[in-house]
Design a protein around this ligand. Structure first.
Ligand code: GLP
Length: 260
């Protein structure tokens, strides 16, 4: 596999030839973490981006190359108002795209509850569950087109902890592809905060496709600013960014369009 490696502003970048290879690299980073520490605590992401990574982890698990038997997981976020069995809930996504197919103990998988009566106390309890598990060893992240990580939209404070957020019109529109109509997309979510994410011991961010190229360039080469939350990852000492050629296509340019 042809893989280009470089460091930009202190962040290790791996650029793969295509989406499949980038997903293979990401799956291998996660599998290595588990092989080194079978009781690893993983932070997991949803969305289109990690689906192929999960498919590869399922294959590795079924081939006996990695076991999730002692792994604990915490997902980044959940839509408010969707029950765990709603097909578009992130809990349902995780069950369908990973958990159901691997040897993980479902009791050790955590996704915030989008139907908790008291959302503020659900957020607090999620933070304390992460703490009691010993913190997150490896956090997998996707990247929003507007630079969001998890559901921390532009403008989110860097010191935030798991919290309720309002989704931007752009995110609602982008995520409407998973729903029958845009009206069905929840307007609010629970998300790990930026500070929660930055406390992970290691972070692997995967971004795929041309549509993410601007967000990737701003994350790595733009200002570190809360208006592009992913840029705050540059304050973390152990981040690996995995890209395909297309998402890396704007890294060469020093000029970043102000609106990208
Ligand atoms: C969603 C999720 C994020 C995800 C991002 C990108 O709204 N909350 O965790 O990283 O948007 O999604 P996708 O991978 O589908 O492009």
């Amino acid at each position: 596999m042809k893989l280009e490696q470089q460091t930009i502003n202190g962040i290790e970048i791996r650029i793969a030839e295509n989406t499949d290879q980038a997903s293979a690299v990401t799956a291998e980073l996660i599998a290595e973490q588990i092989r080194q520490e079978p009781r690893s605590v993983l932070g997991l992401a949803t969305g289109g981006t990690p689906m192929e990574t999960y498919r590869r982890l399922i294959q590795m698990n079924q081939a006996g190359n990695v076991s999730f038997a002692e792994v604990t997981t915490f997902n980044l976020d959940e839509y408010i108002g969707l029950s765990p069995d709603h097909p578009q809930s992130y809990r349902a996504f995780m069950n369908a795209n990973l958990f159901q197919h691997i040897d993980i103990d479902l009791q050790k998988t955590h996704v915030p509850s989008g139907i908790a009566v008291d959302i503020a106390s659900e957020c607090k309890s999620y933070e304390s569950k992460i703490r009691s598990a010993g913190g997150i060893d490896l956090q997998l992240l996707g990247l929003g087109h507007n630079g969001h990580i998890a559901f921390n939209e532009p403008g989110s404070p860097g010191e935030s902890r798991t919290l309720q957020v309002d989704l931007t019109a752009e995110t609602i529109e982008k995520n409407s592809r998973f729903f029958e109509s845009i009206d069905q997309v929840p307007r609010h979510a629970i998300t790990m905060g930026i500070a929660t994410i930055l406390e992970s011991r290691r972070i692997v961010l995967l971004a795929l496709g041309e549509s993410k190229a601007d967000a990737v360039a701003r994350m790595l080469r733009g200002l570190i600013t809360s208006s592009h939350p992913a840029s705050e990852l540059r304050n973390h000492p152990a981040v690996t960014v995995v890209l395909d050629r297309e998402s890396a296509s704007k890294l060469g340019s020093t000029e970043l369009s102000p609106k990208s």
